[in-house]
Design a protein around this ligand. Structure first.
Ligand code: NFD
Length: 304
């Protein structure tokens, strides 16, 4: 009897330990991107050597030294203790001194279409087209304290919601405000009016927290409200969260305007999905023929 009880006890302990381990495992995200050093230095060299002819001036920077400065900001440190000031040195050295007037593009909830619109920094400039954003966009990194490793945790990094706010926003918050503080003239902000999960504009977004508050008062903000094809628009200029945005912008003494689904953006959306009724546009010759129709008329010809 005692044997059975102790076997159950051991079994329950194992179950408890594995479920605790499982919970702590699922709360962490993936670890630092493997080969982050080589990716960083490679991107830096590529940015420097191959990006001529874009809206931004090419940079002249020692990429190996820049990697060391970036690495020193977070390696051998607990990711929960990182804050914006850890990256200040990196931002100062990697920051481009000039952003072209009227060409800055912010985005919130519209990553894909905004970057198609900016076209890798040739039509507009997003944070990810600047050196700071380009170097680490899409990468994960976090440090760990240890004696015999390189101070980088390749196994797991904490998920953003699991970090104190000042640590989760340390890099991208700092990068966003460094970028936004240099915008001049007309700045554009692309928002999505068809997302059921979130409002088009949120004061909690990086745009709301780190970009809008540091924009120069001379900047005129033009919102481009994008409605996904085949979805019902949930928000319109001057209604709902867009009305809050107008208030926030005007309270800062800035000029505000808003356009909904302008033709150039609709054209971009139609590249991937020209069956939507919004993609039937222009005069007859330039009208996009829905692929489905074209295919069915071709198969009819084939049958005759
Ligand atoms: P979003 P937004 N911590 O689409 N930006 O207005 C960290 F680090 O909702 C660029 O918030 O729009 N990232 C990038 C998070 C990142 C967190 C941030 C969090 N707690 C800001 N929560 C970038 N390139 O990665 C969410 N994210 C990620 C600048 C989420 O995965 C741009 O200049 C999503 O991919 C742009 O004007 C991304 O943050 C504006 O801020 C953006 O979330 C977009 O930030």
């Amino acid at each position: 009897m005692l044997d059975i009880l102790s076997t159950i006890k051991v079994g329950l302990t194992i179950l408890l330990v594995t479920s605790v381990l499982h919970i702590s495992k699922t709360e962490a995200g993936p670890g630092t991107t493997l080969n982050i050093d080589r990716i960083f230095i490679g991107r830096c060299l590529e940015y420097q050597e191959l990006f001529r002819g874009k809206l931004l001036e090419p940079t002249q920077i020692n990429c190996t030294e820049l990697w060391s400065i970036f690495r020193d900001a977070w390696t051998y440190k607990n990711p929960r203790s990182i804050s914006r000031t850890d990256y200040d040195n990196f931002f100062e050295i990697a920051q481009q001194t000039y952003l072209p007037k009227d060409k800055v593009l912010f985005w919130s909830g519209t990553y894909e279409v905004a970057h198609e619109y900016s076209n890798s920094g040739t039509r507009f400039v997003t944070l990810e087209d600047t050196l700071i954003g380009y170097l680490v966009n899409g990468l994960t990194w976090c440090g760990m304290m240890c004696d015999t490793c390189d101070g980088i945790n390749y196994d797991e990094c904490p998920d953003f919601p699991d970090l104190p706010r000042r640590s989760s926003h340390a890099f991208w918050g700092g990068a966003s405000s460094t970028f936004a503080s240099m915008a001049s003239g007309v700045a554009r902000l692309m928002l999505n009016g068809t997302n059921q999960e979130r409002p088009a504009y949120s004061r909690e977004s990086f745009f709301g927290q780190f970009e809008l508050p540091v924009l120069s008062k001379d900047v005129q903000l033009q919102v481009i409200l994008v409605n996904d094809l085949n979805k019902v628009p949930l928000e319109h200029c001057d209604m709902g969260s867009l009305a809050d945005l107008r208030k926030d912008v005007e309270n800062r003494g800035m000029l505000y305007s808003c356009v909904e689904n302008p033709p150039d953006v609709v054209h971009l959306l139609c590249v991937g999905d020209n069956d939507d009724s919004k993609c039937i546009m222009g005069n007859k010759e330039h009208r996009a023929v829905p692929l489905r129709k074209l295919m069915s008329s071709r198969s009819q010809v084939g049958k005759k």
